[in-house]
Design a protein around this ligand. Structure first.
Ligand SMILES: Nc1ncnc2c1ncn2[C@@H]1O[C@H](COP(=O)(O)OP(=O)(O)OP(=O)(O)O)[C@@H](O)[C@H]1O
Ligand SMILES: [Mg+2]
Length: 1069
């Protein structure tokens, strides 16, 4: 794989800083620096060897040693040198070591490297600048290796400094200041010792210090080849240097030249300081990472070489300076890889935690799978924050860094918890994939909150955003204070076509109306077929299947199923022969997943290699169908638009059955995302999309293909309760901003702040902010006064009320917080605990009640099957039996009953049935709902239950709910037999897989973590090698994460408090 460049560049930057400092140091030693020839350190050159010994330092100085070189022939002197060296080694202790350091520092004071070593076992030590500075003996681990920071920590008053010329003194003072500064500004600069120990640990724990690494280090840094021989040489050179310095020394006189030199010097120090601040610790040749990372990309992803744009992007000056960055490339451009390399740099080189925000739970799980194996190999943790998974605040790890992979909602809660505990600075990097989601409803508003809070509270956290569909990048850049990189690269060419009647046109920007005629569709349809398939779908798909894959996007779920059936009805029977056995296996698997039930549509279509894919499927089914499609067993999927932005399912041909999503005309962004599935790198050699258009929509389609992408606008204002109000509540709650003035200041930094003049012409930002604060006070969520704009200065701080605190901590939509409080309060008066029905009612998400249309007969039947105590629940919550009976018998009802309550109770019946049966299929049949919907209800209830739990935790009066809801959340999260729960905790292991594993003897997490992937492949049906490896890696990661959390807890428990007298004594050095 390509990749030397950036590392070179990075290294050459820090190397040049080091070189500069060394030069300065030496010149200072000599007082008047001779003109020296240095190899250029421009970008792209080969890395310069690090200065293992003074011989590397300066060519011209070597020349000046003509006379002194005769030392080498002087045995008596060498013998003295040897003796001194021996003495040094024998009497080595911290004091003598320090003394040596100081001696050396007079020669190489800035980034000097003192190599003390023992010929016995050696351990690599890295300097804070990331270079190996020598070896450390196991017995003498206490010996300090001089690192730049350590040098910097020397006090100006230290004895050796007394003898220094003034310029050198100034240098030390400056460096000392730098060091103090660097420690003050937490986040940007790490403590050298911490860094060393962290890297040591990292290397010890992970397999990072493998042979490849050693080889690389040896090649790059001749420093690491330090041997006894070198030591002798260096001591000799040390003497040489000192004497040269003496020889060159001039009588100190405070002259203008000297002052000028000092000015130049301090300028150089500033430059060096900046370099140190901005550059990461470079620990390897692959973009600052060990070459092992490169090997892992080859091994796990089959990526041998970076695309040119990926290389250019990774070496951008702005990234080197840790500026925020937005980058945008067409779909399939390879954006993820760049983000992943940046993430690894942050985790390994800068030793900071990283948050990666992805749009959907399924994508989070996929990413956790994919990156766990990197975590195992490289020694960092991968933590899943999706659904009801994730801990708030996250456990503070002392040994390892964490990569949090989160959905937007969970990412928000995570950032809130880090801000609350003062740990937001631990996040070195936040990566947002599909950045255009900023413009998508309430989820966009939450994403905006995450980013605005990070920008406001942690200046040291870098933000990287990527997308294929951005238009108004200027706004986003202004919001994120980011640089922008874009490129049109797409590894596989994508040809766009539009089909109108039987003509196919190619989308062509150069053509007058954006389309040029390409061909007539070649087909022979009977009149019957023409009637059944007026859009010629069969003709279009049979041009590619079964040998190539095809996706057909349909406007609705029902349409997906109809289209799949229609195609199969007229497809030649020979299609059944293609991979017949594997298709039979797939049917068998799906039947197992459905615990004996199989969707009749799938039963008919799968033999032809065709299936539908939409949210009506359970996640288990979807996963199995995706697997079958990825491996070519299925060659065609009919799907809804959700697949476009979801999982990575590529196709040779993408057909858009109509330019609609449900009843709405397609947006350009949606269109681009859908057609972007065609022609994925590494899978297809070509890609094409065909949009089927009716005559009547012709003009709309021309606009669609020729128009630019839609702009991305803030949703904070549109989503009032979920947007601005909820943001302001959390700002006050988290003490990010406490009064209207500070809040206004914060709001100016949001995307809404950037776009406000466009989005809300009538009202100023300040007025909008005030109005939202007023609403919060009115609702009893905030306390305080909002005075007029003119009186801003005298405004006092606002405070959250208890209800406000519970609301933002529980991430409860402000529209429902009152209702939730009332319901819970009412529950306290007579909670029915004979079964979990009443509790389930309290945790049924309010927002799902709107679209619920109860079937009154089913309602009645389900109600009748409850025992008397359970039936009491209905009466308590406000749904009388008479109401249900009358509804079921079609009688008119005079009494007004709250629809929300009726629907909520109905949905809680569904959940209750699920918890009793744990069989989604049976329940969906019972309630005449799609199994996908039932599963979605279950997931939402699990999530909401954990929100209600957090809500109750903040309100003393609801203490009793805590224990109850903890248990209920668990039951809802894993609505399976208890024995499968430990296995389902592993990312991506769903019920059917967990069952297979359990039945094969892998009963616990430990069993799975210690499994051999090869054996798994043999034991578990239809498990690919890749999947087996990923399951084991994910299980290992989870086990490791759990074990470390426990260890941290133990250490925390055993820690001697530092505020006791004894504690103080033990913590003294
Ligand atoms: N340098 C590379 N060489 C070969 N394949 C690569 C390279 N970089 C990425 N890929 C592969 O290209 C495919 C698409 O990459 P990726 O998913 O990152 O695209 P993307 O830009 O994020 O697209 P989208 O906008 O659709 O999400 C993946 O299968 C990935 O493994
Ligand atoms: Mg992507």
């Amino acid at each position: 794989m390509e990749g030397g460049g950036p590392a070179v560049r990075r290294r050459s930057r820090s190397a040049s800083a080091r070189k500069r400092s060394r030069d300065r140091a030496q010149s200072r030693g000599a007082c008047s620096p001779p003109a020296r020839k240095r190899p250029s350190s421009g970008a792209g050159e080969e890395p310069q060897p690090a200065p293992a010994s003074p011989e590397y330092n300066n060519d011209s100085e070597e020349d000046m040693f003509g006379d002194y070189d005769s030392f080498s022939g002087n045995n008596s002197l060498l013998a003295q040198v040897d003796n001194t060296e021996q003495e040094c080694i024998q009497s080595i202790d911290l004091t003598s070591c320090t003394k040596n350091m100081e001696d050396r520092a007079t020669v190489e004071p800035s980034f000097g490297y003192l190599q003390l070593q023992n010929a016995k076992s050696k351990e690599l030590i890295f300097s804070a600048a990331g270079n190996i500075t020598g070896f450390r003996t196991e017995e003498e681990n206490h010996l300090r290796i001089t690192s730049e920071q350590e040098n910097r920590t020397l006090e100006p008053g230290d004895c050796f400094l007394d003898d220094l010329p003034s310029s050198q003194l100034l240098y030390f003072e400056e460096m000392n200041k730098t060091s103090v500064d660097s420690r003050k500004s937490s986040g940007t600069k790490e403590n050298a010792n911490d860094m060393n120990s962290c890297l040591d640990k990292m290397l010890n724990q992970s397999s990072c210090h493998h042979n490849a690494e050693h080889t690389k280090i040896n090649n790059e840094l001749s420093l690491s080849t330090m041997s006894n021989l070198n030591k002798r040489k260096s001591l000799k050179d040390h003497l040489k240097n000192t004497m040269t310095g003496n020889a060159k020394a001039q009588t100190p006189q405070v002259s203008r030249t000297k002052q000028l030199k000092e000015a130049v010097l301090s300028e150089e120090i500033c430059a060096a300081k900046k370099t140190i601040e901005t550059s990461s610790v470079d620990i390897g040749p692959f973009y600052g990472l060990p070459s092992k990372v490169k090997d892992l990309f080859v091994q796990f992803r089959g990526i041998e070489k970076l695309y040119e744009w990926q290389h250019t992007c990774l070496t951008l000056e702005s990234l080197q300076q840790r500026k925020n960055l937005i980058y945008s490339l067409p779909t399939s451009g390879g954006k993820t890889l760049v983000a992943e390399i940046l993430i690894l740099q942050e985790l390994l080189c800068r030793q900071k935690d990283v948050l990666m925000v992805l749009p959907y739970v399924a994508i989070v799980q996929e990413k956790v799978w994919a990156l766990s194996s990197f975590g195992i190999e490289l020694g960092f943790l991968v933590e899943e924050y999706a659904g009801s998974k994730g801990r708030f605040p996250p456990i503070k790890r002392r040994m390892k860094k964490s990569l949090y992979i989160a959905t937007i909602e969970k990412g928000h809660s995570l950032v809130n918890s880090l801000i609350e505990t003062g740990r937001v600075g631990d996040l070195g990097l936040v990566v947002v994939d599909e950045l255009h989601m900023l413009g998508e409803g309430s989820r966009g508003a939450i994403l905006e909150m995450i980013l605005a809070k990070i920008l406001y509270t942690s200046k040291t956290t870098q933000i990287i955003g990527m997308s294929a569909t951005l238009n108004n990048v200027g706004d986003l850049q202004q919001f994120l204070q980011a640089e922008y990189y874009t490129n049109n690269f797409r590894p596989v060419e994508l040809k766009e076509y539009v089909k109108i009647q039987d003509s196919i046109y190619e989308v062509d920007n150069k053509a007058e109306n954006g389309l040029t005629f390409s061909r007539l569709l070649n087909f022979k349809y009977s009149s019957n077929l023409q009637k059944m398939d007026p859009d010629h779908l069969i003709a279009l798909v049979t041009e590619v299947i079964p040998n190539y894959s095809c996706l057909v996007f349909c406007p609705t779920k029902k349409n997906c199923e109809n289209v799949a059936e229609m195609i199969c009805k007229y497809l030649n029977k020979e299609y059944k022969n293609h991979r017949e056995n594997e298709k039979q296996d797939l049917i068998k698997d799906l039947k197992n997943i459905g615990k004996g039930s199989l969707c009749p549509v799938l039963k008919r279509t799968i033999p032809f290699g065709i299936a539908y894919h939409h949210s009506g499927l359970t996640s288990d089914e979807r996963k199995r169908i995706e697997e079958a499609y990825s491996t070519g067993v299925l060659c065609l999927l009919t799907c809804t638009s959700t697949l476009a932005a979801g999982v990575n399912l590529p196709a040779r041909r993408v057909i858009l059955r109509a330019p609609y999503v449900a009843t709405e005309f397609l947006k350009k962004n949606q269109y681009k995302q859908m057609i972007g599935r065609a022609g994925r790198a590494g899978i297809d050699s070509a890609g094409e999309s065909i949009l089927i258009v009716q005559e009547k929509d012709k003009h709309l389609v021309r606009d669609l293909v020729n128009s630019p992408l839609e702009n991305c606008y803030s949703n904070l204002f549109l989503e009032f309760t979920k947007g601005i109000q909820s943001l302001l509540l959390s700002l006050v709650g988290l003490k990010i901003a406490r009064n209207p003035e500070e809040i206004y200041h914060f709001m100016c930094g949001t995307l809404f702040g950037v776009q406000q003049q466009f989005l809300s012409k009538e009202k100023s930002l300040s007025a909008i902010t005030r109005e939202a604060l007023g609403c919060l006070i009115e609702k009893g969520l905030l306390k305080g006064k909002i005075t007029s704009e003119k009186e801003q200065k005298s405004q006092s701080n606002l405070e959250v009320t208890q209800l406000g605190q519970a609301t933002y901590k529980g991430s409860i939509d402000l529209a429902y917080c009152d209702a939730l409080y009332r319901d819970l309060k009412k529950g306290l008066e007579g909670l029915v605990l004979e079964s979990c029905l009443h509790l389930l009612y309290l945790t049924t998400p309010y927002d799902m009640t709107y679209h619920c249309r109860p079937d009154w007969m089913i309602y009645f039947r389900q109600f009748s099957q409850l025992n008397l105590v359970e039936q009491k629940v209905a009466a308590i919550v406000g749904v009388p039996e008479s109401f249900i009976t009358k509804k079921a018998s079609g009688q008119a009802i005079k009494k007004d009953v709250d629809n929300c309550v009726i629907n909520r109770l109905y949905l809680s019946f569904v959940l209750y049935a699920l918890l009793k049966e744990t069989n989604i299929w049976n329940v969906s049949e019972k309630f005449n709902m799609s199994r996908g919907y039932v599963q979605n209800l279950l997931n939402s209830a699990a999530s909401f239950s954990s929100c209600v739990l957090h809500f109750c935790e903040e309100l003393e009066e609801f203490w009793v709910y805590k224990a109850l809801l903890t248990e209920l959340t668990k039951r809802l999260t894993y609505c399976v037999k208890a024995e499968l729960v430990p296995l389902m905790e592993v990312a991506g292991v769903l019920e059917s897989r967990a069952k297979q594993l359990y039945d094969s003897g892998y009963k616990t997490l430990a069993h799975l973590a210690n499994a051999d992937p090869e054996t798994l492949v043999k034991m578990i049906e239809h498990l690919s090698r890749r999947q087996a490896r990923q399951i084991v890696s994910s299980a290992k990661m989870l086990l490791r994460e759990k074990a470390e959390a426990l260890q941290e807890e133990v250490e925390e428990l055993l820690k001697v408090p530092t505020d006791t007298y004894e504690g103080l004594l033990t913590t003294l050095p």
